[in-house]
Design a protein around this ligand. Structure first.
Ligand code: ARG
Length: 465
């Protein structure tokens, strides 16, 4: 018989059981479910709602269930519907009537809210460490490549020279914000909902603060209706994950592009690429493409959750059981993508020479030529016009600005002197950009150093928790 079978005169239809069951998805929260139940039982005992003997008996049995599940000696059944009732059924099978007391003052509605929050805390910690690892990797690479020149692009057209280190540090900044957002998301997850009961709270004298402490939560939820109907935190996580994936997707798009013969800025290690079943010469950046592709499913997870929740009246509705599939998919996808991306990046080789050759082409020093004229007293708009004409002159002759003879330069502007050649050298253009946040190597090295300290502080804080 079902744990809720009292008011029923028939067994569930097999289809009902199958359709209603979520154990295949929520079974992964078994540890959190058991830890939550242990804390609940402990508190029931402390409050005298169950006897000390009953409390001991329940906790011992729950610990045994945990061990047996982990050893594969207990197997979930679809008939028991979800993780909560599977575990409660195991408990009752083991200790009979006493086991039936565990659910006093509790509902699956506050129980599932607790389990998801506990599960997410652990998953976020894992993702947090992956992010730290990725950020450390970026810092090491950016330091190494603070002076590696590459073309910077706008509209995917060569724009101005930058350093590879500066480019990498752009992604560092995005991830820094991702890390901060994740921390923030964690804060809102870290609320303990037990005590909300089905929706209205409970008449039993529960000590919610005690359970909060036992399960290491920051706060207790403040409203029972909200506590059982809130899935904002899951939506917030998926929205966080979508932003992170958007960043990874942009980056992997560039890795795919840079791996082409046309760019040849990067070569991925053989261990992180794949071949073609027909074309023997191929070495494909499949992993980078997959990360770009999987971004779509994470966006899908976010939309899925938003749509599930948008029309739900308060409080709990069974629609909410659908939340976990989307949420877990986002968690798994982010985790897998970061896990693959980090070693792929660490083992990639950057072709500095191709990058700097590319930066020499495409008039990436044109802005600096205009700036040169400005420094000689020409108004910027006028300078822009003059340089535009010089670029056209070069295009017609298939030469670059550096190849223009001085007397020709003087026809464009009599203010141009011999020093123009040095002024528009690519390296000069790069190192001139000393403005805070600019690409000058000196800036990049400082940014790396500052960021290293920032990261160390974070790690220290994290170790203390
Ligand atoms: N498996 C359910 C879920 O994930 C647990 C809560 C069930 N509550 C209920 N009133 N049927 O949402």
């Amino acid at each position: 018989m079902k744990l809720w079978g009292g008011r029923f005169t028939k067994d569930s239809n097999r289809l009902t059981e199958e359709f209603n069951s979520s154990i295949a998805i929520d079974g992964r929260m078994y540890k959190q479910d058991i830890m939550g139940s242990i804390a609940h039982a402990d508190m029931l005992g402390k409050q005298g709602i169950i006897t000390p003997r009953e409390k001991e008996c329940i906790i011992n049995a729950l610990e045994e269930i945990l061990r047996e599940l982990e050893a594969g000696r207990l197997i979930f059944t679809e008939a028991a519907e979800d993780v909560h009732m599977n575990i409660e059924t195991f408990l009752i099978d083991k200790i009979g009537e006493t086991g039936k007391k565990l659910h006093t003052g509790r509902s699956r509605n506050d129980q599932v809210a607790l389990d998801i929050r506990m599960y997410m805390r652990e998953e976020i910690k894992k993702i947090y460490f992956l992010l730290l690892d990725l950020m450390e990797t970026i810092l090491a690479l950016a330091y190494e490549h603070a002076e590696t020149i590459m073309p910077g692009y706008t509209h995917l057209q060569k724009a101005q020279p930058i350093s590879l280190g500066h480019y990498l540090m752009a992604y560092f900044e995005m991830l820094r914000r991702d890390l901060e957002r994740l921390n923030d998301c964690y804060k809102r997850i870290n609320y303990m909902p037990l005590g909300a009961g089905a929706l209205a709270g409970t008449g039993f004298d529960l000590d919610r603060e005690y359970v909060k402490e036992a399960l290491n939560f920051e706060c207790i939820t403040r409203n029972s209706l909200d506590a059982v109907s809130d899935r904002d935190f899951a939506i917030e996580f998926c929205s966080w994950a979508s932003i992170l994936m958007m960043h990874l997707s942009r980056w992997t798009e560039e890795i795919v592009l840079w791996s082409t013969e046309e760019f040849a800025f990067i070569e991925l290690d053989d261990a992180y690429t794949t071949g073609s079943s027909i074309m023997p010469q191929k070495k494909n950046p499949d992993l980078a493409e997959l990360i770009r592709g999987k971004t779509g499913r994470v966006y899908g997870d976010l939309i899925n959750l938003l749509v599930i929740m948008k029309g739900l009246p308060l409080a709990y509705n069974k629609d909410m059981q659908e939340d976990k599939e989307a949420l877990f998919d986002a968690v798994d996808t982010v985790n897998k993508c970061l896990t693959v991306f980090i070693p792929m990046l660490k083992t990639a080789s950057f072709h500095a020479e191709n990058m700097s050759n590319a930066a020499e082409q495409g008039f990436t020093n044109a802005t600096d030529f205009a700036d040169y004229l400005v420094n000689k007293g020409v108004a910027f708009r006028t300078a822009h016009e003059i340089v535009g004409q010089a670029v056209l002159y070069c295009l017609q002759r298939n030469i670059s600005l550096n190849d223009i003879e001085l007397q020709v330069y003087k026809e464009f502007s009599s203010l141009i002197e011999e020093d123009i050649y040095k002024y528009i050298e690519t390296k000069e253009c790069l190192d001139r950009r000393k403005v805070a946040g600019g690409t000058a190597s000196f800036n990049v090295i400082k940014a790396v150093k500052d960021s290293k300290l920032w990261l160390k502080e974070l790690q220290k804080k994290y170790d203390e928790i």
